[in-house]
Design a protein around this ligand. Sequence first.
Ligand code: MRU
Length: 353
Amino acid sequence: MTASITEVNPIIWKEDRVLLIDQTRLPAEYTVVEICDYQSMANAIKTMIVRGAPAIGVSAAYGLYLGARELQTNDRTEFLNQLENIAEILRSTRPTAVNLFWAITRMMNTARSTIGPVEHLKNVLLETAKIIHAEDLQTCKDIGEHGLKALPQIPDKLRILTHCNAGALATAGYGTAVGVIRSAWSAGRLARVYADETRPRLQGAKLTAWECVQEGIPVTLISDNMAAHCMKQGLIDAVVVGADRITANGDAANKIGTYSLAIVAKAHKIPFFVAAPLSTIDFSLSDGSQIPIEERDPVEVYQVGDTRITPVGVEFYNPAFDVTPAELITGIITEFGTVAPGEIKQYQQKQAV
Ligand code: MRU
């Protein structure tokens, strides 16, 4: 099945359940998974059926509601205690993308501050999850608009390099970094996307490339170690990536390989932008050294498909994210505008929690 990028809805609330596009099967298969309880949602986040920071946040919000509706008690205190246990299970799924924690905090704050019987609290939780979902879509469109203004003004159309997948699939449906790319494409300012394949999970090769093909955006796939060479050849005008957690000083955690991309962009005097909603900013952390970095199963490194690619006896290290220091980032593109990383704190009061 093919779908236009405008129709790529990785998360749908349908009547009484959540529908998720199974991102582990793309691009070979377009499969939709039905999620009816919080345990299945926790599993979907953990196994990356749904992935990408904002999409994880939206999914966790629905997951918390799915847990809430199963609770049998009518006692408010008991309900909130049991809900906190479910929140903790959802929080334990993935450690780096702060949108997960942000969405659960927002849901729990809503539950605690809502007056009325437990049934009413449950209804309000569902409405809040739907609001978080709808807001993310609008936020991404705003990021796209602001990003368009931030991109270099050159006579020719732009060639933009991106890493991992910060597209429709990683959000409620428009994308952060790919949202900027999409806006540039709609405005007639984009010549081509260069997509890093993004070892080891290959989100660039599998997901970003798929999204670009759906939209008819010209896309060239490169392996991660080709970026510097492409820059030296003059093929790249700007780099735009997403983020999983940005700290108060503007350091940004994103998919492993982003940091080296930022270094080579700086060496070639190519602007390097991070596109992310305020829900990705962790104002409680002063710098990127405090961000927990997820380590995933080594099988992602030593196996390609079903084939083991290394000899037995080799040891492995598989950090899923790295931190790009603020000084390597030209600008952070948010739904409120583009700022220098050191100025991100000015948006703290605007963050909904
Ligand atoms: O491990 P993943 O696929 O969840 O990692 C995703 C990324 O690193 C994205 O670049 C980031 O979440 C931004 S998504 C808009």
